[in-house]
Design a protein around this ligand. Structure first.
Ligand code: PSU
Ligand code: MN
Length: 323
């Protein structure tokens, strides 16, 4: 018999906690134990980022695109106090229809878990879940950032500090111009986040627009280069994340410009109405969609599809390297 370390009790309770707090879908479990590629997906976009029924169809399409690339999708959400990694079709349906689910960021996790509540996970809490179960690549639409006037309000998304402390590669379409892109990039630099644009463009993309006036620190030209960058972050043992920004496909660029024009109106409206804190991003997304008569939603869906494809290729290239 092995000598007692005196830690068995706490180790066992830790294992139990993880078992109790997390529910990993069998397809995700199998893929992870076979070292096959998995892509994590967030769910605030389902609960607070898009209206029903487009939220549901998009969530399903994104999972299908990931599967078609030979990768296992793992949509993350909190359901009745458990962090689910990988959802069933019924669970996706529940999240898309529910009007009472919460928006769960890092700071909300303890409360939501302790009360047995349900919610969509933001980029920050999805990164936490992905890291805990060992999924290195995560695909989303847009990350949170420093809000306009953030130098006064201090409204800076927890996504940015999460990228500074959790080694996950987040594939997105850049930062929405509802945010202050320049300050967001400065903040990411302070947090030690390696930021690169995917492809040839020197510009850092602005979500609806495939370029901004800001230069991207780096470029990766293909999935292999992106995987190399992620692998280097992991081998160095850096505890910070990587942000890969994939520009919106050209055919949607014109719509992007028109959407930009109404963003200022929506931002001003949010300020005048006294919208604060976690409600700001969902409010602006909703208003921009109304003001563009659905054009922003269509562009949003197109770019998420594109990100899912690119992110899956990166996850595959990374898995091939580490196999
Ligand atoms: N940007 C979008 N759609 C979204 C979000 C951001 O275009 O759904 C969501 C993401 O889940 C992101 C969160 O992590 O909003 C950021 O919210 P906040 O700005 O409150 O940190
Ligand atoms: Mn905020």
């Amino acid at each position: 018999m092995l000598p007692s370390t005196g830690h068995e009790g706490s180790l066992n309770s830790l294992r139990r906690m993880k078992y109790v707090l997390f529910k990993i879908h069998p397809t995700v479990c199998e893929a992870l134990s076979d070292r096959r590629p998995v892509v994590a997906l967030e769910s605030t976009i389902i609960t607070h980022g898009m209206p029903y029924p487009q939220n549901l169809s998009t969530a399903k399409e994104v999972e299908d695109i990931v599967r078609a690339e030979g990768v296992t999708p793992a949509t993350v959400a909190v359901l009745e106090g458990k962090v689910h990694v990988g959802l069933s079709s019924d669970e996706l349906d529940f999240l898309a229809r529910s009007k009472t689910t919460l928006k769960v960021s890092r700071r909300d996790l303890p409360y939501v878990i302790s009360k047995g509540l349900s919610g969509g996970t933001t980029v920050s809490s999805t990164m936490i879940a992905a890291h805990k179960v060992g999924i290195p690549v995560f695909v989303t639409g847009g990350i949170g950032g420093v809000h306009r006037d953030g130098e006064n309000t201090l409204d800076i998304s927890a996504d940015l500090t999460e990228l500074g402390r959790t080694p996950i590669a987040v594939v997105c379409a850049g930062v929405k111009s509802i945010l202050d892109i320049g300050r967001t990039l400065e903040f990411l630099e302070t947090q030690g986040v390696c930021v690169a644009t995917y492809g040839e463009s020197k510009s850092f993309p602005a979500f609806f627009s495939n370029k901004s006036v800001y230069t991207s620190p780096y470029n990766v030209h293909n999935a292999e280069e992106a995987a190399e960058l992620i692998a280097s972050t992991l081998s160095l043992g850096l505890q910070s994340g990587v942000l890969l920004a994939v520009p919106l496909p050209d055919e949607h660029a014109a719509a992007g410009q028109q959407i930009e024009d109404v963003i200022q109106a929506a931002v001003t409206e949010a300020r005048l109405k006294g919208i604060r804190g976690r409600d700001v991003t969902p409010f602006i997304l909703h208003r921009v969609n109304e003001l563009t008569e659905g054009q922003s939603l269509r562009a949003n869906i197109a770019l998420i599809h594109n990100n899912a494809r690119v992110g899956s290729q990166i996850a595959r290239a990374l898995a091939e390297r580490t196999q």
